[in-house]
Ligand binder design. Structure first.
Ligand SMILES: [Zn+2]
Length: 287
């Protein structure tokens, strides 16, 4: 449930809404209606399944058959309901990396664009595999971090700015990458023996920090880097009305100041943050 909520995206009239994935982490999935296909076709906010964890010591170690059955249900339900039917895959740091995903592409007719593997920058070896996966036309999702220096140092995590630079050098399509935060999600902390030592919390503020690093440290154009959190996820997840500034879109706008800090947020045309101060508060948030 936590990973399902952590991947919430989007806004509605009141401020916050969610586009969610049905199930969480483990196969077989927990669904709302009892079936993956019904969940996606009947529940308007559900756009796919995930995070399905693979190559991870916390994964339910799904078999190939279990995996492709769930993938096929999500794909067909997505086609029937006009949604992405995306399969968001949590990649752990196990040596199998994306082997299960590659096998599904080799042995079934399911197209590579049905999947969005995440945490692809967890370590350099996994990232290398995912660069080639993206070169083959796959979508890849970076995970942002509040403290990229710490994670780069201790875990070898590839920070978004350096990873994006690599994608550019490799000629990967600039439509194929996204960046997500696991905002408000639990961030378990393990020691080197994979023993659980505590819990942290993901923060969505890491996203704009990562974009700033691209511009200021790697000289990547803002309009390229910002695609990771705007037009690319909107297109990949088929979030209609989102991701571009055009007539008849939802008017979800973020204005940045000259230092690329968030100054103003407009959600569906409604002012949410003005002059760097929130003007709309959630039910449990004090003014
Ligand atoms: Zn995950």
């Amino acid at each position: 449930m936590v990973s399902l909520l952590a991947k919430a995206k989007g806004l509605d009239e009141e401020g916050i809404t969610t586009y969610i994935y049905t199930g969480s982490y483990r196969l077989p999935l927990k669904t709302i209606t009892g079936e993956i296909m019904k969940d996606i076709m009947v529940v308007d906010k559900i756009i796919g399944i995930g995070e399905v964890a693979i190559s991870d010591h916390r994964s339910s170690q799904p078999t190939f058959e279990e995996f492709v059955r769930a993938v096929s249900d999500a794909r067909v339900a997505g086609m029937l309901s006009g949604k992405a039917g995306i399969i968001n895959i949590h990649l752990g740091d196990g040596p199998r990396k994306i082997a299960l995903l590659r096998r599904a592409l080799k042995e079934t007719e399911i197209p590579i664009t049905q999947f969005l593997p995440t945490h692809i920058n967890r370590n350099p070896e996994l990232f290398e595999e995912c660069v080639y996966y993206a070169k083959d036309g796959g979508y890849i999702d970076f995970t942002g971090s509040e403290d990229p220096d710490f994670w780069e140092e201790t875990d070898g995590e590839v920070r978004f700015s350096k990873g994006l630079k690599r994608l550019i050098e490799e000629g990967v399509s600039m439509d194929n990458f996204t960046l997500s935060s696991d905002g408000q999600g639990s961030m378990p902390i393990f020691n080197e023996k994979k023993e659980y030592v505590g819990i942290g919390i993901g923060k969505s503020t890491c996203l704009i920090k990562a974009i700033k690093e691209c511009v200021y440290c790697e000289s990547i154009p803002l309009e390229t880097a910002i695609r990771a959190i705007t037009s690319n996820p909107a297109k990949i997840l088929k979030l209609n009305g989102k991701g571009r500034i055009e007539p008849d879109m939802d008017a979800d706008l973020c204005l940045l100041d000259e230092n690329l800090d968030v100054d103003t947020v407009v959600a569906k045309g409604k002012m949410m943050v003005e002059n760097k101060k929130p003007v709309v508060y959630g039910i449990f948030e004090g003014k």
